[in-house]
Write a protein that binds this ligand. Structure first.
Ligand SMILES: Nc1ncnc2c1ncn2[C@@H]1O[C@H](COP(=O)(O)OP(=O)(O)OP(=O)(O)O)[C@@H](O)[C@H]1O
Length: 260
């Protein structure tokens, strides 16, 4: 199933924070959404997830997302927001199981399939050993993985994940990206915003770069994440190395801007 946006724009408090963003994302792809703070990454995801008003078109397959009911939308796309605070005292398993609600009739009991999908999501995000703990008592990175597992359990063709790697230790960052690749391999389309350029370069099929609300690059990581592009978009110099897993990008300094 393909996600397509056409001339997507968002105005917030009188400011255009996303301007004419047109992109396409197909099943089986992990696409990295990159750009500096304030570039519009979260706004783009929020618009696709119908959490903010927009102009332009957002279509998923043959469906115009703006015309779908919230229930129908919840069976097509899962959205993992950047803010990750768990306020309720629910067990990890019960919280992840909330991801199954869009698939059940009101009041129906969870099916064996629901339980299997929840177990799979707990395993993918390496939180199965925490299943019986109250989710709000976990560490920040653990809570982040629990919320990612809930989004995975929603089992939608499209997954939008806003900075899911932030706050995770290196091993869990790798596991997360591996899990996203696995989900894409099962036929999902995944849009994931990242600030770690090496993670994006090594794990994403494609990267989309935003700057000041505009799409400034869309293509293969190795083609787009060049020193010149990183200087233009982020204002950093970078060292680029290569090994058998792909490229490694280490920001080394600022190009021009200096702190006062
Ligand atoms: N409610 C709002 N009213 C006005 N401007 C807003 C509002 N919410 C966000 N913005 C602005 O929209 C722009 C894009 O914000 P957004 O959160 O999409 O950026 P981002 O690329 O996700 O950044 P980050 O990497 O810091 O998460 C920013 O300039 C931000 O200040």
């Amino acid at each position: 199933m393909q996600l397509r946006t056409d001339k997507l724009s968002v105005v917030l408090s009188g400011r255009t924070v996303l301007r004419d963003v047109s992109l396409a994302l197909a099943s089986g792809q992990v696409v990295g959404l990159l750009g500096p703070n304030g570039a519009g990454k979260s706004t783009l995801m929020r618009a696709i997830a119908a959490q903010t008003a927009f102009s332009g078109i957002i279509a998923l397959g043959d469906d115009d997302l703006a015309r779908l009911s919230p229930a129908a939308r919840a069976r097509l796309l899962a959205y993992l927001p950047q803010t990750r605070i768990i306020g309720w005292r629910l067990s990890v398993r019960d919280l992840v199981a909330l991801g199954r609600l869009p698939w059940r009739a009101f009041g129906a009991r969870p099916s064996p399939e629901d339980a299997a999908v929840v177990d799979h999501a707990l395993g993918l995000m390496d939180v199965a050993h925490l299943a019986d703990r109250p989710a709000n008592e976990l560490s920040g990175g653990e809570q982040a993985r629990v919320l990612a597992a809930r989004a995975v359990a929603q089992a939608t063709p499209l997954l939008l994940a806003d900075e899911p790697a932030s706050g995770l230790d290196p091993a869990h960052q790798m596991m997360l990206m591996q899990a996203l690749r696995r989900l894409a391999g099962e036929g999902r389309a995944i849009l994931v915003s990242l600030h770690d350029l090496t993670l994006a370069a090594r794990w994403c099929d494609r990267v989309i770069l935003l700057k000041d609300g505009r799409l400034v690059a869309d293509g293969l990581p190795e083609a787009e994440l060049t020193p010149q592009r990183l200087a233009e978009v982020y204002g950093v110099t970078a060292h680029i190395a290569r090994d058998e897993g792909g490229i490694i990008l280490a920001p080394t300094g600022l190009t021009g801007r200096r702190l006062p």
